[in-house]
Ligand binder design. Structure first.
Ligand code: AMP
Ligand code: ZN
Length: 466
């Protein structure tokens, strides 16, 4: 049985999707006013782990991730660069998709953009006004929180602090200043606007997600995710808008990841400790190691990013790669080790148990590394047969459907090139041209490939860790 911690109930709950075998998942996507930083990717990788694990457990998953391409931040960014909103956000949208690729994050089924759903938003806002949940003030339209008794349930707010009748136009504000919030902001000088039935203007941030989630997943769906900073006001407001409009429960399970911090401090531009994925890749860090680092701490624990931690993740990943290399390249004796099938079964069970318990990845990874440790002992003693190796490899590759640390690309295209170079080096050695042989060895080393001369011939392995 799979269990998740539901922010709404503050409890671990057994997971039961609305349609057996099918999961509808909404994940708040990027606000495209800058390059995503690795904190954002902690959220997206937690969501990727969730999705991949559900798929691994044979659920069909339909995932929607919105792109917030109009809000206070994107407008401000475009204004400061003197660009049209679309020209400004374009670059960050493209970068975001490239980054997803680098981190091997499974693609969502839909990436709806806010600017392409403005009329749907106007329609929902009209419905909210007709039902008395929204009112107009100076051309803008606000949600009346006093009309929605469940307001504050998700974030656990003291309802006595509600200040009905006070309004905010800002997309983001603190819990302490909870107020009626803007659904629609009337046209302003120098800001982009859309002509609609409810007037000329632009949407508030929160209505965007209420509209795009219900459009692609229906008015009630299974899981909604984000980082803890999304709980208030964003998700609180989404619930209010969606449930007031439809009269139905909006979401059954709310899952939120805690933040990534850097060297013990909140990541922020002003402190200069904000890293984008691109910056780390430029410094030649391995994206798969970063993926492992972001994945390996339970999503409800704070994750402290350090370069020492990243190097450790690089070393752990190297252990997995070395292990696979051994299993794929050793010449095994015929005799099988009878203990291996039991070890494989035990490891599979633990791996699934860990993730089933609110995505407790630490248990699953411990099981994997413990298995590697034990098999390595057997490898050293030459107590492994070819079938054993096959079974172990198939287990690791099945785990990798969840972990996604071993991209196919790397194995195929790279290896052809490396094999060519190894042949050239062999030839040079046979011709006693040691200078050339050493030169080739050095070239390979510089591109992260280590050669080993063994009694079975030359072998290579990728060593990206620095
Ligand atoms: P934004 O682009 O600001 O709307 O954020 C995109 C996603 O990243 C949201 O789900 C946020 O909750 C999440 N997020 C932002 N900062 C962090 C952080 N430091 N650690 C983890 N998640 C974060
Ligand atoms: Zn959202």
């Amino acid at each position: 049985m799979i269990r998740f911690f539901n922010t709404l109930s503050r409890k671990l709950e057994p997971f039961r999707p609305l349609d057996p075998g099918k999961v509808k998942l909404y994940t708040c996507g990027p606000t495209v006013y800058d390059y995503a930083h690795i904190g954002n990717f902690r959220a997206y990788i937690f969501e990727d782990l969730l999705k991949r694990f559900l798929k691994f457990m044979d659920y069909e998953v339909i995932q929607v991730m919105n792109i917030t391409d109009v809000d206070d931040k994107t407008i401000k960014g475009a204004q400061s660069e003197g660009l049209e909103l679309e020209d400004y956000t374009k670059k960050y949208i493209q970068a975001f998709f490239e980054d997803l690729e680098s981190l091997n994050i499974d693609k969502a089924d839909y990436y709806p953009r806010a600017t392409e759903h403005i009329l749907d938003m106007a329609k929902m806002i009209t419905g909210l006004m007709n039902k008395g949940f929204a009112y107009r003030q100076d051309g803008s339209i606000y949600f009346r929180i006093s009309k929605f008794p469940n307001y504050g349930r998700l974030s656990g707010m003291d309802l006595a602090k509600l200040k009905p009748g006070q309004r905010t136009e800002a997309d983001e504000y603190e819990k302490e200043s909870v107020q009626d919030f803007a659904l629609w902001k009337t046209k302003k000088e120098g800001e982009p606007f859309w002509e609609t039935d409810i007037g000329a203007g632009r949407p508030g941030w929160h209505i965007e997600c209420s509209v795009m989630s219900s459009k692609y997943l229906g008015q009630t769906f299974d899981i909604h995710c984000g980082g803890v900073d999304n709980i208030f006001p964003h998700h609180e407001n989404e619930i209010a808008q969606s449930e007031a409009y439809s009269g139905k429960k909006f979401v059954n399970y709310w899952l939120h990841c805690r933040h990534l911090i850097v060297d013990g401090e909140k990541m922020s531009k002003s402190k200069g400790n904000q890293y984008t994925l691109r910056e780390l890749l430029e410094k030649k860090h391995d994206p798969a190691a970063l993926r492992l680092l972001l994945l390996a701490t339970h999503y409800r624990k704070m994750l402290n990013f350090t370069f020492a931690g990243l190097r450790q993740a690089e070393a752990s990943l190297q252990r997995i790669r070395d292990f696979i290399y051994e299993l794929e390249n050793r010449k095994f004796k015929k005799e099988e080790n009878k203990d291996i099938p039991k070890l494989v079964e035990k490891t599979r069970k633990k791996f699934i148990e860990g993730l089933s318990n609110d995505l407790n990845i630490s248990v699953s990874l411990t099981a994997l590394f413990e298995m590697i440790r034990r098999v390595n002992i057997n490898l050293a003693k030459e107590k492994l047969g070819p079938k054993n190796a096959e079974e172990l490899l198939s287990l690791i590759y099945s785990f990798d459907k969840v972990l996604a640390l071993l991209p196919e690309k790397e194995k195929t295209s790279l290896s052809v090139d490396i094999e060519e170079k190894i042949k050239a080096r062999e030839k040079a050695r046979a011709e006693k041209n040691y200078e050339l042989a050493d030169k080739i060895r050095q070239e390979l080393l510089e591109s992260g490939v280590v050669l080993e001369d063994t009694k079975d011939g030359v072998r290579w392995k990728i060593k990206k860790s620095k």
